[in-house]
Design a protein around this ligand. Structure first.
Ligand code: FAD
Length: 403
């Protein structure tokens, strides 16, 4: 028997493999990844690893011995280029064809390219993999001034690290506030103020038209003519899902590989999990969502492993996320949309903002309040039965409301 073949040896693919073994799955498991490394975690790439607080070995999700002990065949530098659905085989760039009983697509996402002249200049960086982080670390040694295109999570985490190193940092953002797709105006304002106090300069409502320089990036040119001088430019303007394999194989894709509530594609022998997958979610009123987070990758890996070992269950995990920016920890439980109402609870330190859609709790954003975040996750798991009045009242203990 061919067993389970996983394309993508990242956070989701490895968790699936590990959970299959924990559930007693005895057939072969093959984990195909196109990177050189053992499966590793990405969050520290813009945090502790970039700040030289942990080494490359500290990124690894499991030590090398784990893979032999649990008979998980991890193949590095193995790029899958096609799926032969009738033949139940994947085709690899090196000419190999590998048979599967069940195929799992866990291909993740890649960075969106900045479509302006000069984006290919030396000195312009993106951050997704360990190789990117290593290039960025090397460039930081000599950098004095940094321009960051995009005030999303990665841009702001990088900004915080650069500011702590004493670099001049300018963050350029098309929207009128940071993290506009992901957090409330209140939480965005907290971070605009905190980063501003750390010396980071923001340019909002700013369109980048070019990156300029003689052989190497020297400045970012904006639509209104402004020239932001920088000897290092980081582009962090979001990601696109790696869905081409699925698309070429005739599976439905639509801003992600479409799966049902059991994480199955339209081919019952193929599933998709993690950043590449778009699944219906009760936290989005049943709409299909593609979520980019470690929690989603891990929980989808576990959910699929349960189905493949005879315990099918719909995917129903509460989404949650974190981002470390400067000295602050942002945590988000649930899933908001930009139009959701906000209720800010007065707190002595950090921030606590509840989001409501049609008077139902959709998400809770907290800053430096891990206890409130944990309580929020429980409240959302139980159906989010919290009123705006309870949310606003600091005398109503969240832990008590969660039980
Ligand atoms: P990935 O981890 O991207 O793994 C997919 C793998 O598949 C990759 O190795 C890719 O190279 C490989 N692959 C793709 N196509 C092929 C192919 N055809 N053949 C073979 N291999 C292929 N999330 C949080 O929750 N909190 C954070 O603080 C946070 N910080 C982050 C910081 C950074 C710098 C980055 C980049 C991400 C961060 N994330 C964070 C997001 C989180 O890392 C991702 O959501 C998570 O890694 C998704 O796991 P995945 O397995 O779906 O994809």
């Amino acid at each position: 028997t061919a067993g389970v073949v996983v394309v993508g040896a990242g956070q989701a693919g490895l968790q699936l493999a590990a959970s299959l073994r924990e559930a007693g799955y005895a057939d072969p498991i093959t984990l195909l990844g196109d990177e050189v490394d053992l499966p590793y975690q990405r969050p520290p790439l813009s945090k502790a690893y970039l700040a030289d607080k942990i080494t490359a070995a500290g990124l690894e999700l499991r030590p090398a011995a784990y893979f032999s002990e649990y008979r998980i065949a991890h193949r590095a530098c193995m790029r899958v280029t096609g799926i032969d659905r009738p033949g139940r085989r994947v085709l690899c760039a090196n000419g190999e064809a590998l048979a599967y009983d069940h195929l799992v697509l866990a291909t993740g996402a890649r960075n969106r390219a900045l479509p302006v002249p000069g984006a290919e200049l030396a000195g312009v960086y993106q951050l997704r993999g360990r190789a990117d982080a290593d290039r960025l670390k090397a460039a930081l040694v000599a950098a004095r001034s940094v321009a960051i295109v995009g005030a999303g999570f990665i841009g702001l985490e990088f900004a915080g690290i650069c500011a702590a190193r004493g670099l001049a940092v300018t963050v350029i953002e098309a929207a009128e506030r940071p993290m506009a797709r992901s957090v409330s105006a209140e939480t965005a304002a907290f971070f605009t103020r905190a980063h501003g106090e750390a010396g980071i300069q923001f340019l909002f409502g700013a369109g980048v038209v070019a990156i300029e320089g003689e052989g190497k990036a020297e400045a970012v040119r904006l639509r209104d003519g402004t020239r932001v001088a920088a000897d290092l430019v980081l582009v962090g303007i979001g990601v696109v899902p790696n869905q081409e394999l699925a698309e070429a194989a005739g599976l439905s894709v639509d801003g992600g590989i479409r799966v049902d509530t059991f994480l199955a594609t339209d081919d019952p022998a193929i599933s998709a999990i993690g950043d590449c997958a778009r699944a219906p979610s009760r936290f989005a009123d049943g709409a299909q969502v593609r979520i980019e987070s470690v929690q989603n990758a891990l929980d989808q890996g576990r959910c699929l492993a349960a189905r493949l070992t005879g315990r099918p269950a719909v995917f129903d995990a509460v989404p949650w996320f974190w981002s470390d920016q400067g000295p602050h920890k942002l945590q988000i439980a649930g899933l908001s949309t930009p139009g959701d109402a906000s209720v800010a609870r007065p707190v002595p330190a950090g921030a606590c903002v509840f989001r409501f859609r049609d008077d139902r709790l959709s998400a809770v954003e907290t800053v430096d309040r891990p206890g409130d975040h944990m309580a929020a996750r429980r409240i959302l798991a139980q159906g989010g039965g919290l009123t705006p009045a309870e949310a606003a009242d600091p005398a109503r203990d969240l832990k008590a409301l969660a039980t």
